[in-house]
Write a protein that binds this ligand. Sequence first.
Ligand SMILES: [Zn+2]
Length: 250
Amino acid sequence: MWTDIHAHLFNLSGEELRGCVEKYLFSGVTTVVNNAVSIATAQIVIEQSKKFQSLVAAVGISPFDVTSQPPDWFDKLKKLASHKECRAIGEIGIDNTNPRYPLLDQQLPFFKKQLELAVQMDIPAIIHSRGAEMHAAQICKQRGVQKAIFHCFTGDLQALRFITQCGYCISISGIVTYKNSHLTTLLPEIPLENLFIETDSPYLSPVPKRGKPNSPSYLPYTGLFLCDILKVTPPELQSIVKGNFNRLFL
Ligand SMILES: [Zn+2]
C-alpha cells in the first residue's frame, strides 16, 4: 500500500475531499500527509484529518506565505501543532529560484523558528528547498534537526549526498517521470532508508496525467516508475516507504 508523503488537499470542499479520499484508497494509497502552507490552511488540514483516518496533518508556514501571516503566527502554529492529528511541521523552507516569492531574508526567520518547533516536538520537518537545497540542509544541521524530509527534491548529487549523510530523507515527486529528468540518474544514490515518494497534489502530476490537476490517487504512477529504475517490486517499495514513514512519524 502506498504512502504519499506530501500533498495539499486544503482547497477541497467536504464533498470533493470525500471523493478524493475514496479514489486514492481505491488506487492503493492508504496514507497521505496533508501539508498546510499558512495558519488558515493549518486549521483546515487538522479538521480534514479528524474526518479521515488516512489523512495525516502537517502544519507550517510555507516560504511563499511568510508575508501574509498574523503577527502572533508562531503562538497560533504551536497551538495547532499540539493537536494529535498533527504529526509533522510542513510545508516550511526556503526558495531561491522564484521571483514571486518573498525575499530570502523574509523567509529565513520563519524557517528557523519552525525548525525549532519540530525539534522541540520531536516530529519531522517537511522542507521546500528549491534552488537552496544545500543552504536549507546546513540550517537544519546547525539547528540540531534530526528528522527532515526534503520534499519534491530537484537538487544535484552533492546536495543529495549531504542531505542523506545528515540522516535526512529525500522525497521524489512526479517530476521524475518527466522526459529527461536528471532525477533518474540520481535515484540509485538515495539510500533506501532515506527515500520517500509524493504527489505534491494538486501540482506536478506524473506522466501520464501531466498537465491535469494532481491527486494522491496518481501516486502509483510515480511509485511504479521508481520500481523500474531501482529494480524493486511495488510491494518492496511500498514497505520501504511505509517503514520510513513509521520510523519518522509514529
Ligand atoms: Zn507542497
